[in-house]
Design a protein around this ligand. Structure first.
Ligand code: NAP
Ligand code: G3H
Length: 490
């Protein structure tokens, strides 16, 4: 498929109105691999008039798409999933190079996306409306009934992040399409080759011209224009809290679904299975070098079991493989950019200066940061609160579960938390008090399975994702009220 997408100079184009086009002024962005700086290709840097065209096209196409039967839409999605799987090898290679994710995780992202797309089609086919009798409300006569169905919203702007360039684009596109909307996808610049590839797959599966369009370009340059565009009816954004807050400040009267940053805590109580906790902390904290919104980002452990837990975590960290994902099967990969690696190092330096005990790692080679673990982290350190989006974990020792809950809740974020305990009452005690979208009991924090609700509170998001939830978020109820009259009645 790649051969059809790029020209001899490795230039990729955007999908607008069923055609692959450049921006009006032919400006481009070059995409380099974070692994070795090699040039992977270029994409158009679309300007405002290109954005206008994509959105206008989407608006026109949606008028027809909304009336395509659910069954026909579903068939297109089933075909999309099928084609995606046939392209797994090629897309895995592209993704590895573009975002430096390890081979196994790239392949599983693609498989998970195919499952997601299929499940979305199945779910949409089974969403039915409801009819509400009027007489359940006091004083209403029996002859009124509200028939409620779901209507699309119009044009969805889908903005996706770098770290799941296929999955977090598809998880907006597929439910959006099944709800009868058209889509304008603005992928992360680093990740845009994968985003365009995904669009090609949807197109090959039969998504009609104009129903799915792509707009590449730096968020810092076209972001404000596209998010405040009058033709956009809904914004589905995944990315940093900083950008998410900015979008919510400059937009008005446009509904938003936002999945943002996190500082997920793993809380380990006295009676926890410490082997289980250590395994989950290492897998949850360090996979893809911690570049996951749901990565475990701090450990809050009861003092009495802290030494044993630390020993187990350190020993499990020895099994982490660090290096170049193109050369070997690794867990720790180079971070997405030099800027990202610089930021992580700032947090490491701050922790060291303020007296945290460095147990493992702390070193850097280019953008590759060794898996790093700090003990005796205190609440005056930046690593206690800030999201590194890198392979660094702080251990904060606490005296009680209530202290753990308080520190967990003092965060500006509220995505997920995990609690490790063998006592169900303790699990509920903690879970009921945590200010997050999801609490995992005896497991690492994670988004899936993808039909579960996934949401962040506080600075971690607005609205709820998850297959049925996403379809509902990108549609609205439409009520038709039938007023029945007996013959002869006025
Ligand atoms: P990011 O820098 O916020 O970028 C996300 C997307 O927003 C990219 O497509 C980016 O485009 C675009 N963008 C940047 N500035 C914009 C603006 N002013 N207006 C509109 N769009 C703009 O985030 P990232 O670095 O890709 O991802 C890492 C962050 O995302 C972390 O904080 C992580 O926790 C969060 N995240 C959250 C979830 C979740 O589900 N909660 C999932 C994944 C990631 P460019 O690439 O062109 O700048
Ligand atoms: O990076 C944010 C993703 O939503 C996390 O998904 O928990 O499946 O890695 P994940």
């Amino acid at each position: 498929m790649l051969d059809k997408m790029r020209d001899d100079e490795n230039h990729y184009k955007n999908l607008v109105d069923g055609k692959w086009i450049d921006g009006n002024d032919n400006k481009t962005i070059t995409i380099y691999s974070p692994i070795d700086g090699s040039e992977l290709g270029s994409v158009p840097a679309m300007a405002s008039e290109d954005v206008d065209l994509a959105i206008e096209t989407a608006k026109q196409a949606q008028r027809h798409w909304r009336n395509v039967t659910i069954d026909e839409k579903a068939e297109i999605l089933y075909k999309t999933a099928k084609i995606l799987l046939t392209q797994k090898e090629e897309l895995t290679d592209l993704m590895m190079k573009e975002i430096a994710k390890d081979r196994k995780s790239c392949a599983s992202e693609i498989e998970r996306t195919a499952d997601f797309i299929r499940f979305t089609a199945d779910t949409a086919k089974n969403i039915s409306g409801e009819s509400i009798p009027g007489d359940s409300f006091p004083g209403v006569k029996t002859n009124k009934i509200s028939m409620v169905k779901r209507e699309p919203l119009g044009v969805i702007l889908a903005i996706s992040p770098f770290n799941y360039p296929v999955n977090l684009a598809a998880s907006k596109i597929a439910p959006g399409l099944m709800a009868g909307n058209s889509i304008v996808l603005k992928p992360a610049s680093q990740g845009s080759l994968c985003g365009l590839y995904l669009a090609r797959v949807f197109q090959e599966a039969g998504v009609p011209a104009g129903v799915l369009n792509t707009v590449t370009g730096r968020g810092s340059e076209i972001g404000d224009y596209i998010t405040t565009h009058r033709g956009i009816n809904f914004i589905n954004f995944t990315g940093s809290t900083e950008v998410g807050k900015h979008i919510s400040e400059i937009t008005s009267m446009v509904p938003l679904l936002m999945e943002l940053g996190g500082k997920d805590a793993a809380i380990i109580l006295k009676d926890a299975d410490l082997d289980l906790a250590a395994t989950n902390i290492v897998a949850g904290g360090y996979s893809y070098s911690g570049q996951r919104c749901t990565a475990v980002k701090r450990i809050l452990v009861i003092d009495e079991v802290a030494d044993t837990l630390v020993e187990k975590i350190v020993s499990k960290m020895e099994t982490l493989k660090v290096g170049n994902p193109l050369e070997q099967d690794v867990d720790i990969v180079p971070l997405i950019s030099e800027k990202a690696a610089d930021f992580v190092c700032e947090l490491i330096d701050d922790a060291k200066e303020k007296g945290a005990k460095l147990l493992v790692g702390g070193t850097r080679e280019g953008n590759l940061i060794a898996p790093t673990l700090f003990d005796n982290v205190t609440t005056d350190m930046r690593i206690a609160w800030e999201e590194p989006f890198g392979p660094v974990l702080p251990i904060i020792r606490v005296k009680s579960k209530d202290e753990a809950i308080q520190i967990a809740n003092d965060s500006e974020y509220g995505l997920q938390s995990a609690v490790f305990t063998s006592n169900i009452n303790e699990a509920f005690y903690v879970a009921n008090r945590l200010e997050v979208g999801t609490v995992q009991v005896n497991n690492k924090t994670e988004r899936g399975p993808d039909h579960f609700p996934f949401l962040g509170v506080k600075s971690s998001g607005i609205g709820t994702q998850g297959i049925r939830y996403s379809i509902e978020s990108m549609s609205r109820p439409k009520a038709t009220v039938i007023n029945l009259y007996e013959q002869g009645e006025d």
